[in-house]
Design a protein around this ligand. Structure first.
Ligand code: PLP
Length: 432
């Protein structure tokens, strides 16, 4: 459910005309429906109503400050994977004790920064990382709250690049090594063991693998309790899928029921209750954003029709990286006959496409296109490849609209560069 609708034959975001936004801010342009984000958050959070839980928005899905601010106001915590995301979450007003730190390669500096502000917990992904956290905590006289990210070895049936819970994946520690890992953690006085974590992948459409992962987590949890650990947090990760094309992802309520049903029985025997932690990213923001792009040229050659637009893979890399489907529609429908075309960007790579052999209402040069489902892993993966500035971003709520980030300028693109004259204009006889 999102608030992008055609009113008559023109696309609107909530009550704001997309054509007008494109004229005002230029293209390519990310447009977000803040009402949709609020709704998604409420529905997701509401699905776990009645049980002790915390929704930690996965910042990497979309790190736009205003969006995180909005989620922070609604009570969200954050799932972070770097110091940059930590600082961003704090800046947006997310309290440190609602932040979980995930990721397979945390540096000592990042660990120190997170310890200093007092985050909720580190999701530890290896024994080596555990030792580093213990060391950093010991030196600063702190106790680091840790949980292990265990790898339940389930196949989430998603794209290989976003499947993270297989035993061949780089993430987490294998289920079979978990007990030993917890035992090691118990020996380190600068650590406090507070939880257990898993995240099996992204764009999950089937509930089966989620249920299986939960059952394995539950089995491990009772073994851990036998060791005498008191786990306060049960982090089940993120990954709930969304509809890009014909997928039929489960409703958050069904997802929540599946998790709860699989985990049922844990608390009944124990006095200590766990807080459930969820790390949704895509499901909150994915369908709340579109990328608006203008058609620069159309051309037909070798029996193929190309629509060249002003957005490229540097703005939205999902089709190039994962071969993923993005729905694309004309912002203003004209009733022109449908044509088959490749919709491609200006970047000098054959991988720079948004759609291949796509049936789309006939487009003309100058038309605006909306690329749907661009709210997650769109701007967060944007780059400056081909010296292209990152696009502007606009937020819409009801009739209101505001710039969330302006288009980068050339000056900003080169502001960190240095031309070392002495080195480049070396005199004769000086060794390079
Ligand atoms: C990417 C990621 C998420 C969010 O995944 P979505 O598919 O966007 O919900 C959550 N937790 C971890 C550890 C992640 O790496």
């Amino acid at each position: 459910m999102n608030y992008f609708r055609y009113s008559g034959d023109t696309l609107a975001c909530e009550d704001v005309d997309i054509e007008r936004l494109a004229q005002k801010y230029g293209t390519p342009l990310y447009v977000y429906s803040l009402g949709t984000i609020k709704r998604h958050y409420r529905v997701f959070d509401g699905a776990f109503e009645g049980i002790d839980h915390l929704v930690c928005y996965a910042i990497k899905a979309n790190p736009t400050l205003a969006l995180i601010y909005l989620l922070a106001k609604m009570g969200a915590g954050a799932d972070i994977v770097s110091k940059g995301e930590l600082l961003l979450a704090l800046k947006a007003g997310i309290p440190a004790d609602r932040i979980v730190f995930s990721g397979v390669g945390k540096t000592p500096e990042e660990i120190k920064a997170a310890l200093e502000v007092g985050i909720l917990m580190f999701n530890v992904e290896s024994l080596s990382e555990l030792e580093v956290i213990a060391d950093v905590a010991g030196r600063s006289g702190k106790k680091a709250p840790v949980s292990f990210r265990v790898n339940p070895d389930v196949d989430p049936k998603t794209h290989p690049y976003v499947a993270t819970g297989l035993k061949t994946s780089k993430f987490g520690i294998p289920m079979g090594s978990a007990l030993e890992a917890y035992k090691r953690a118990m020996q380190l006085p600068s650590l406090e063991i507070v939880g257990i974590d898993c995240h099996i992948g992204s764009q999950l459409i089937n509930l089966g693998p989620i249920k299986e992962a939960m059952l394995r987590l539950k089995a491990l949890l009772s073994e851990l309790k036998a060791l005498g650990t008191k786990l306060r947090y049960l982090d089940v990760g993120g990954g709930l899928g969304i509809r890009y094309d014909q997928e039929e992802p489960p409703e958050p309520s069904t997802y929540a029921e599946t998790i709860q049903a699989a985990l049922r029985g844990i608390e009944s025997k124990e006095s200590a209750k766990q807080t459930l932690i969820l790390e949704p990213g895509r499901v909150i923001v994915g369908n709340a954003g579109i990328l608006v792009t203008r058609v620069l040229y159309t051309k037909s050659q070798e029996g193929k029709r190309f629509v060249v637009v002003d957005a490229g893979m540097n703005d939205l890399i999902r089709p190039a990286l994962y071969g993923s489907f993005q729905r694309i529609e004309k912002v203003k429908k004209t009733g022109a006959p449908v044509q088959k075309a490749d919709i491609v960007g200006p970047v000098c790579e054959s991988g720079d496409f948004f759609a291949k052999d796509r049936e789309i209402e006939g487009v003309q040069e100058g038309d605006l296109l909306a690329i749907f489902g661009a709210g997650a892993y769109g701007v967060s993966m944007a780059s400056n490849y081909n010296m292209r500035p990152k696009p502007a971003q606009v937020g819409v709520l009801g009739k209101g609209e505001a710039l969330l980030s302006k288009r980068q300028t050339f000056e900003e693109l080169i502001q960190d560069e240095v031309v070392p004259m002495a080195l480049l204009e070396e005199k004769e006889g000086v060794q390079p």
